[in-house]
Design a protein around this ligand. Structure first.
Ligand SMILES: Cc1ncc(COP(=O)(O)O)c(C=O)c1O
Length: 441
């Protein structure tokens, strides 16, 4: 049976190719209907952090569904939501003591930005409504989250529906000078002053770059400067940890590497390890206080927020991460991964590998036409897409990103395997990636 449009009844994300049908997953491996194995080197989309086939999470969800699957979060609370919020309180940056649960990263970003706005309105600052975000950067595909994202190929079509968001440069050490305002944080101060501090509600950014800058790590001092600027102008700092949170970079939240605490933090993807769709907005008493004193309700509600079944999966996943020391493992195996990926530079087919970077089990491999000048390939060469397709043929699942070099050109692939990956599986990952590079050379 064909798994392509229009033979299948599925409206696929891509309408131009046949998709393999995956029937089973175990550990870092996926298996298709013909028995071919795929090393899931990006946990799907940075989601399967625990690995595939963890029985305890599946059993916890099944048990909860048998007890009670759904209650409306306005009228009732439930055991898993209480327990999950308490667990997160022990893990998250200090002061982020309260958790609001949703189903996707985009929903968490929408809710986080709305929360920032409502905080200011109820604190008597109704003029504060503007959002500042970064380019390159990505926060989701619903309309407010997309407005705050710098993905032209997603935004172009929906431009008339998007709200204006002031985009400043993201720190991108491979392509920015150390003194660049994007690298020092100065770009944020300039943007706030340009917009008028009494009109700016929030600054949203990924603590360590996700796909958009290929795992770029900001320079020392960047996040402290950002925190100071936000404090000075009463702008809420929203750290989007949808991709980096839940241990991916070797600490529970990536922002912990930099010793600052945001006002609001989003999580998603790995929070449930992919066993159900689950995301969260974490925030502090200080942010909630004006709302608790004022209208006494967050003006945002969704049918599946705080529901028992999704929170049971999150609770089981978070307890599994803790019990198996998976955050520490992401840190240790991250070092192995980065050392082995660095060998691609000297691989016979590695002439196009310009940079390998990241933190913990988050790595970006940037491909360039000329290593000396860092000139990107022309977009028409479709290097990232071709490499991802060649890797899939080799049984290796990567995530690609394009356009980061200058808005149009730029090719990179992301490697972010489940935290349980072993050293020999990392060897296999790098070997398959080398063969894929050779196939497109
Ligand atoms: C940093 C970041 N924020 C938000 C999102 C949106 O999450 P979702 O696709 O679950 O809506 C993503 C998705 O890739 C992301 O990487």
């Amino acid at each position: 049976m064909s798994h392509r449009y229009p033979e299948s009844a599925v409206f696929y994300r891509t309408l131009d190719r046949e998709l393999p049908l995956i029937v089973r997953g175990q550990g870092v491996w996926l298996y298709d209907e013909h028995g071919k194995d795929y090393l899931d080197a990006c946990g799907g989309a940075y989601v399967a952090n625990l690995g595939h086939g963890v029985g305890t999470v599946a059993e916890a969800v099944a048990e909860q569904i048998k007890k009670v699957a759904y209650v409306n979060g306005t009228a009732f609370t439930n055991e898993p939501v209480e327990a999950l919020a308490s667990e997160l309180r022990t893990l998250s940056p200090r002061e982020l003591d309260f958790a609001y649960f949703l189903s996707s990263g985009s929903e968490a970003v929408e809710a986080a930005l709305k929360l920032a706005r409502q905080h200011h309105v109820e604190a008597g600052r109704p003029n504060k409504h503007k959002i500042i975000a970064r380019t390159p950067g990505y926060h989701g595909n619903t309309l407010l989250a997309l407005s705050a994202s710098a993905r032209e190929h997603y935004k172009k079509m929906y431009g008339p529906w998007l709200v204006p968001v002031h985009l400043i440069g993201a720190p991108y050490p491979y392509r920015c000078d150390p003194g660049d305002p994007a690298m020092t944080g100065e770009a944020l101060e300039r943007a706030i002053l340009e917009e008028g501090p009494d009109t700016v509600a929030a600054f949203i950014a990924e603590p360590i770059g996700g796909s958009s800058t290929g795992g770029s790590v900001p320079p020392a001092g960047y996040w402290q400067r950002i925190r100071e600027i936000c404090d000075r102008h009463d702008v809420l700092l929203v750290c989007d940890e949808v991709l980096t949170g839940a241990g991916r970079t070797g600490t529970w939240a990536a922002v912990e590497h930099f010793g600052v605490t945001p006002d609001i933090m989003t999580m998603g993807k790995g929070l449930s390890g992919g066993y159900v769709p689950l995301s969260a907005v974490l925030t502090s008493e200080r942010v909630i206080a004006p709302i608790a004193r004022g209208s006494r309700a967050f003006k945002h509600a969704q049918t599946f927020s705080h529901t028992p079944a999704i929170c049971a999966a999150g609770l089981a996943a978070v307890r599994h991460i803790k019990a198996h020391g998976l955050v520490e493992r992401a840190r240790a195996m991250g070092e192995v991964l980065h050392a082995k990926l660095a060998t691609l530079v000297d691989h016979p087919a590695g002439w196009s590998v310009g940079d390998v970077r990241g933190k913990g089990l988050l790595a970006g491999v940037e491909l360039v036409a000329d290593r000396a000048t860092k000139a990107p390939f022309p977009r028409s060469a479709m290097i990232a897409e071709r490499l991802t397709a060649a890797a899939q043929a080799e049984g290796l699942v990567l995530w690609s990103n394009v356009g980061h070099a200058d808005g149009t050109n730029g090719d990179l692939v992301m490697v972010a395997p489940p935290f349980i990956i072993t050293e020999s599986e990392i060897d296999e990952l790098v070997a398959r990636l080398g063969r894929a590079l050779a196939a497109i050379a």
